[in-house]
Design a protein around this ligand. Structure first.
Ligand code: XMP
Ligand code: MG
Length: 208
C-alpha cells in the first residue's frame, strides 16, 4: 500500500490495539501543525540566542524530537537561519503502571551537561498535577540557568495541584487518560502518532 492509500485515522474514531480501545482525541496532522506553530513561537522568542533543550524522558522524547526538527526551519519567516541548539535528557518517573499519578517523583536519568548561564527550554509530554515539572524546574533552577521555560504537548489544567505553568502549550485537554505521541500505558502506545483516550485500561481484569 502506498502512503497515499493508507487509511486516515479520524478524530473520534476508536482504534483497537491488543484488546485496548483508544478513542482518537488529536489526529497526527493536527498535532504536527501545532508543533510547527510552537516551533515558530519559540524561534521568535529566542531569536539570536543559543537554546538548550532538555527533554524529560521517557514521555517527551517523541514530541521533543518532533519539536527540535521544526526549530530554525524558518516556517514563520522570522528566523530563517538554522538554530544553535544543544539537547540533553533528564529522566523522571512518577506514574508506575497505573493511570493515576503516585505523586512521588523519582529521578531515573541525570543530565550529563551543565545548564549554568544557559537559556533552557524544558520539554515534557504532559502537565498533569504539575508535581513532575515542579520537581524538575526546582532542581534545575539551583544550577542557575540564564532563563528557564517549559514547553508541553498537553496540559490538563484542571488537575493541577501545585503552582506551575508552561509557557508553551500544544493543547489543553480535559481530565482523561491519554496515550500516544510519547505517552504510555504500561510502556505501550508511545509510538502512536495520534493522541487518544484509553477507554479500557482495566481490560485484563475484566477478561480474567
Ligand atoms: P504530573 O502529575 O507530575 O504528571 O504533572 C506528569 C507525568 O504524569 C504522566 N501522565 C500521563 N501519562 N497519560 C499518560 O500516559 C496521561 O494522561 C498522563 N497524565 C500524566 C506523564 O508521564 C507526565 O510526565
Ligand atoms: Mg513523563
Amino acid at each position: 500500500m502506498t502512503p497515499e492509500m493508507a487509511p486516515q485515522i479520524e478524530k473520534g474514531q476508536i482504534v483497537e490495539i491488543d484488546g485496548y480501545k483508544i478513542e482518537v482525541l488529536l489526529t497526527e496532522p493536527e498535532i504536527d501543525k501545532r508543533i510547527v506553530e510552537l516551533a515558530d513561537q519559540i524561534d521568535s522568542d529566542y531569536l539570536g540566542k543559543k537554546l538548550k533543550v532538555i527533554m524529560i524522558l521517557k514521555g517527551a522524547s517523541s514530541f521533543g524530537e518532533d519539536l527540535i526538527r521544526e526549530l530554525g526551519k524558518g516556517n514563520s519567516a522570522i528566523d530563517r537561519k538554522p538554530r544553535d541548539i544543544e539537547i540533553d535528557y533528564k529522566g523522571t518517573t512518577s506514574y508506575g503502571s497505573k493511570t493515576t499519578t503516585s505523586g512521588e517523583v523519582k529521578d531515573t536519568i541525570s543530565m550529563d551537561s551543565s545548564i549554568k548561564d544557559e537559556d533552557v527550554l524544558v520539554v515534557e509530554d504532559i502537565l498533569d498535577t504539575g508535581k513532575t515539572l515542579l520537581h524538575v524546574v526546582n532542581k534545575m533552577s539551583e544550577e542557575e540557568p540564564k532563563s528557564l521555560n517549559v514547553c508541553v504537548l498537553l496540559d490538563k489544567k484542571e488537575r493541577r495541584i501545585v503552582n506551575i505553568n508552561a509557557k508553551y502549550v500544544g493543547f489543553d485537554i480535559q481530565n482523561v487518560f491519554v496515550v500516544g505521541r510519547g505517552l504510555d500505558y504500561k510502556q505501550k502506545f508511545r509510538n502512536l502518532r495520534f493522541v487518544g483516550i484509553l477507554l479500557n485500561p482495566d481490560k485484563e481484569e475484566k477478561i480474567n
